[in-house]
Design a protein around this ligand. Structure first.
Ligand SMILES: Cc1cc2nc3c(=O)[nH]c(=O)nc-3n(C[C@H](O)[C@H](O)[C@H](O)COP(=O)(O)OP(=O)(O)OC[C@H]3O[C@@H](n4cnc5c(N)ncnc54)[C@H](O)[C@@H]3O)c2cc1C
Length: 606
């Protein structure tokens, strides 16, 4: 019997970048590489199939046009297929099993131009594959791709990591600009934006395809500083995350990722390569700080301010179970009152989950506080629980580690190996890992996903807010994030974020909540992995009903686009508030014909 491990290794070696020589040999022989998600198009070969439709008024590129594009690139023109094709043609085979195993690995997905992290969303989209992609290697390749798309009237899609929840980095019948190979990172002691006055700050420049793990490795592991990114190690550090604001676990201390942006290099719709910052093209620079990925152009590199590294990182984890509904309401009310006065501040981050089983699940972090101090802060709340021991059961655990080890794989493997997953494939960078808690987001299919900022002022009436949370929790569980709202954030972080285009409602919001129902291992169109429609529709309804309770109680509270409902009502107002008209003006200035279009992005109205 074939060993599945061997098949997996084979699949990996075939999915790793095919070098030019191997690829040229393989050109035209897609069938010989059944597990590879792509092959390089030989610039000497005539390209005709599959055709990519053009928009009205466009002119389909001729084979000669494709050849001339391929020749002009430092990178490659690719023919792309879904890595899941083998699971459709040979379901149940050892090779199909090997691919399905790899689909649980975020870094494998990112090496596939034909894969995305979210495999679909009931009633919204199924992940799609662009028949052709340009694996760009520099800004000139990106400009060549943009010119080609504009001149021929093709649909353009841009992908870095493919992490987008809303399916905005994939589209059928499109030409994909795939930035995965652009992963240079440079750390600066004293970065001065072009056109600036000579006063520099510590910073890091990340190229378009870089992931947060790589940025943290450079900035924290090697330079002893902090850059505000995301918690998930495989999310892009230069794409949709920052361009869509980007909240990390420490955003109450350091603000959004966009707030730390000092400069960007961007290819705009007319093919120009612009360097933008507060001195050059300040309107576009402002729009890039939160106006959304895939909207104003293709960013080829970003420079982000770095910050002094916190000293310690604490985890405050556990659960509090209420024994009946009335006790749960009181618990929620008590927690919300405590939250406002004790932990809505720059030392705290992450989540409390409110469940239909009348439980609060705590998964919080704290920085630069000794464990004893964290205990002392929570004492009034925990004492109250203990005084009502007949109503509640609680389990709390507190740990603290040196902050410098946050992204040090050796530290986690030695001390808390169950928290991380090292990339199990051969020949991968030694430091490549993801948090086990992110397993549920890899190849994830959405049933329901909806979110909302919770205004600080609603905490003034904890009883009413507790009633809202209790009622919402009857429909489905939801997570309450400390760190994805900015009322209570450090003043200097708020100052930076006020210069971005994030919806100003964020400054009035003390927390953000996310209600989500999803599954992994669901791949529309793959036998044995189709979504269970009945389950999907049931869960979608529950999430819709739950979020409706919250929306009604928080009129005008707003949200941010990257982690929002695909069907977000009144999305322009919800995502950008009073900034939307100005964002639309910038969009029209730099992309007058709407070359860059994604779902619910600035200027995407029909
Ligand atoms: C597991 C997981 C965890 C997450 N955690 C957080 C979190 O903690 N905080 C948070 O704020 N968000 C989080 N997100 C959401 C994340 O911010 C968005 O999914 C974001 O769009 C990802 O950007 P990307 O470039 O990595 O992904 P992609 O899917 O490659 O791109 C996303 C969007 O940006 C565009 N884009 C990509 N590269 C470029 C470029 N170079 N120039 C212009 N446009 C580009 C794409 O066209 C697409 O529209 C998380 C997502 C996942 C899947």
């Amino acid at each position: 019997m074939p060993n599945p491990e061997d098949a997996l290794d084979k699949a990996e070696s075939q999915s790793i970048r095919i070098d030019r020589r191997t690829a040229l040999k393989a050109a035209g022989a897609m069938a010989a590489l059944p597990l590879a998600g792509w092959i390089v198009v030989d610039p000497a070969r005539v390209v005709t199939d599959p055709p990519i439709p053009v928009v009205p008024g466009g002119s389909a590129p001729s084979p000669a046009d494709w050849q001339s594009l391929a020749k002009s690139l430092t990178g490659d023109l690719l023919e792309v297929r879904s890595p899941l094709d083998i699971c459709r043609t040979e379901p149940g085979s050892t090779r199909a099993k090997a691919v399905l195993e790899n689909m649980k690995n975020p870094f494998f997905l990112e090496e596939q131009p034909g894969a995305t992290h979210t495999t679909g969303w009931i009633g919204a989209f199924d992940a799609a594959v662009s028949p052709r992609a340009i694996a760009v290697e520099n800004a000139q390749d990106v400009a060549a791709a943009v010119d080609f798309v504009r001149e021929h009237g093709l649909k353009l899609v841009v992908k870095g990591t493919g992490h987008d929840y809303l399916g905005r980095s994939c589209a059928p019948d499109s030409l994909l600009v795939w930035t995965h190979r652009m992963r240079d990172i440079t750390v600066h002691d004293d970065f001065v934006p072009t056109g600036g006055d000579g006063t520099g700050v510590p910073a890091v420049t990340v190229s378009a395809g870089s992931r947060w793990l790589e940025a943290y490795d450079a900035v924290t592991n090697h330079d002893g500083r902090y850059v505000q990114g995301g918690g998930c190690t495989s999310v892009g550090a230069c794409g949709g995350f920052i361009l869509g604001s980007g909240f990390g676990a420490l955003s109450k201390r350091f603000g959004t990722g966009a707030g730390s942006m000092l400069e960007a290099e961007i290819v705009t719709a007319n093919g120009d390569v612009l360097v933008v910052n507060e001195h050059q093209h300040p309107d576009l620079f402002w729009a890039l700080r939160g106006g959304g990925g895939g909207t104003f152009g293709i960013v080829t590199r970003l420079t982000l301010m770095t910050h002094e590294l916190p000293k310690t990182l604490g985890g405050f984890m556990g659960s509090i179970q209420a024994k009946n509904d009335a006790a749960y309401r009181r618990l929620i009310e008590r927690f919300l009152g405590f939250y406002r006065t004790h932990i809505n501040n720059p030392n705290w981050g992450e989540t409390v989950k409110f469940t239909p089983e009348n439980t609060l699940e705590l998964a919080l972090i704290f920085i630069d506080l000794p464990e004893d101090e964290a205990r002392r802060i929570w004492r009034p709340f925990l004492d109250w629980i203990d005084e009502h021991a007949s109503d509640y059961e609680r389990k709390i655990e507190i740990v603290s580690v040196p902050f410098k080890d946050y992204w040090n794989i050796d530290f986690w493997l030695e001390n808390y190996p169950s928290l991380i997953q090292k990339d199990p494939r051969k020949n991968q960078p030694k430091s490549q890992f993801w948090w086990k808690t992110n397993d549920s987001a890899v190849s994830e299919y959405m049933y329901g996903y909806a979110s909302r900022w919770i205004p600080l002022e609603s905490f003034q009436e904890p009883e009413a807010l507790a009633g809202t949370f209790f009622d919402a929790s009857r429909h489905w569980n939801f997570k309450f994030y400390i760190n994805k709202a900015l009322a209570g954030a450090a003043p200097e972080a708020v100052d930076r974020d006020r210069r971005t285009c994030i919806n100003p409602k964020v400054f009035d919001a003390a927390a953000w909540i996310l209600m989500q129902a999803s599954d992994t291992d669901v791949f529309p169109g793959v036998p044995g992995h189709e979504p269970d429609r009945r389950k999907a529709e049931d869960l979608a309804k529950r999430v819709a009903a739950g979020i409706e309770v919250i929306r009604k109680a928080t009129p005008g509270a707003g949200n941010y686009a990257n982690e929002a409902d695909y069907h977000e009502p009144d999305w322009q107002e919800a995502f950008w508030g009073t900034h939307y008209p100005r964002l639309l003006t910038v969009k029209k200035r730099y992309d007058p014909t709407g070359l860059f279009q994604t779902h619910h992005s600035v200027g995407s109205e029909p």
